[in-house]
Design a protein around this ligand. Structure first.
Ligand code: NAP
Length: 287
């Protein structure tokens, strides 16, 4: 039986994987949060793996605060790059298939058509640079690995754009949202299922893949669609801006081309508006 270790299990994606696990009764899971397995702690990591056997490790642990990463780059690199290196080394040593999550922010956003896995990377913020370094370590160290670059993750769990929009709209607060970036909102539940499908089907087409939902929009467009789908919030006070200042620079365009994930890994490409519906059902009462 395949035995899968999921790190960072209390995060947004980790919790979605915990839910998705119910649909994969043939897989055995061990879910560990930062409290049980801090991936930055090399000695702990080595000891943990020494005592247990896993066929796969899904690493969802990460430093994900894009704004704070600019203020504490050492911390971002320690988790997103150096800890990932350690994880890659233990996986390699124990012949464990590593599934790791990366980001659209490894691109500079200057392209105007969806990014391919082979496109040149050029992160424009610390978070993106730290995630790219993590990718590079895995590619150098491991042979059995999947790196899934995803974008604009949201779900019923944790802090994310969807939940912020719903909260502000329910409180009647004005929402001024940027049109300056174009990307694809991705339901973390879809990514969770995709990851488990790759494990379950014994895929051996290792490498870097793009996995997001299908289509593209701006953050303003995402907010507009959320409010359109929630009848009781349709009159919320939503306005657009093209001057939204943030500490971290963000790519103006970061849509990912998922063709390889569809063709090689047989993963479904799900329309982002359709997928939003399923998360809203889990998030909003009396939808
Ligand atoms: N969220 C997005 O929009 C987005 C977009 C593209 C790619 N991604 C990538 O997708 C993956 C999942 O993201 P997510 O949205 O699920 O992020 P998340 O909700 O922030 O979850 C990350 C989890 O990792 C934990 N963690 C942090 N440092 C750790 C350490 N040293 N050891 C073990 N666990 C640690 C965090 O715990 P604490 O909260 O206690 O620190 C948190 O539970 C990440 O690799 C992220 O880079 C995310």
């Amino acid at each position: 039986m395949k035995k899968i270790l999921v790190t960072g299990a209390n995060g947004q994606l980790g919790r979605c994987i915990q839910d998705a696990a119910a649909d994969f009764p043939d897989l055995e899971f061990v879910f560990v949060s930062k409290e049980t397995l801090d991936i930055e702690n090399t000695a702990l990591l080595k000891d943990f793996f020494k005592k247990k056997n896993f066929s796969h490790c899904i690493n969802t642990a990460a430093y994900t605060n894009v704004e704070n990463a600019e203020r504490e780059p050492e911390k971002a690199f320690a988790i997103n790059a150096e800890a990932v290196k350690n994880l890659a080394e233990v996986c390699k040593a124990k012949d464990i298939v590593l599934l790791h999550i990366s980001t659209d922010y490894i691109f500079d956003g200057k392209k105007q058509t969806p990014y391919l896995e082979t496109d040149t990377t050029n992160p424009i913020n610390v978070y993106g640079a730290s995630k790219l370094k993590g990718e590079k370590y895995i590619e150098e160290i491991c042979t059995k690995y999947f790196i899934f670059r995803t974008s604009w993750l949201y779900s019923q769990y944790g802090h994310n754009f969807l939940k912020t929009i719903l909260k502000y709209a329910e409180e009647g607060k004005p929402l001024t949202i940027t049109t300056e970036q174009t990307g694809t909102p991705t339901n973390a539940n879809d990514l969770a299922k995709a990851l488990l499908q790759v494990v379950a089907q014994d895929s051996t087409d290792y490498g870097v893949y793009h996995y997001s939902n299908y289509g593209e929009t701006t953050w303003f467009g995402f907010a507009q669609e959320i409010l359109r789908q929630v009848e009781k919030l349709k009159d919320a006070n939503l306005a657009k801006t093209n001057h939204y200042r943030t500490f971290a620079a963000r790519p103006a365009y970061s849509v990912l081309d998922n063709t390889n994930a569809q063709n090689k890994l047989k993963l479904k490409y799900i329309d982002w508006q359709e997928s939003l519906k399923s998360v809203l059902k889990k998030t909003v009462n009396n939808l």
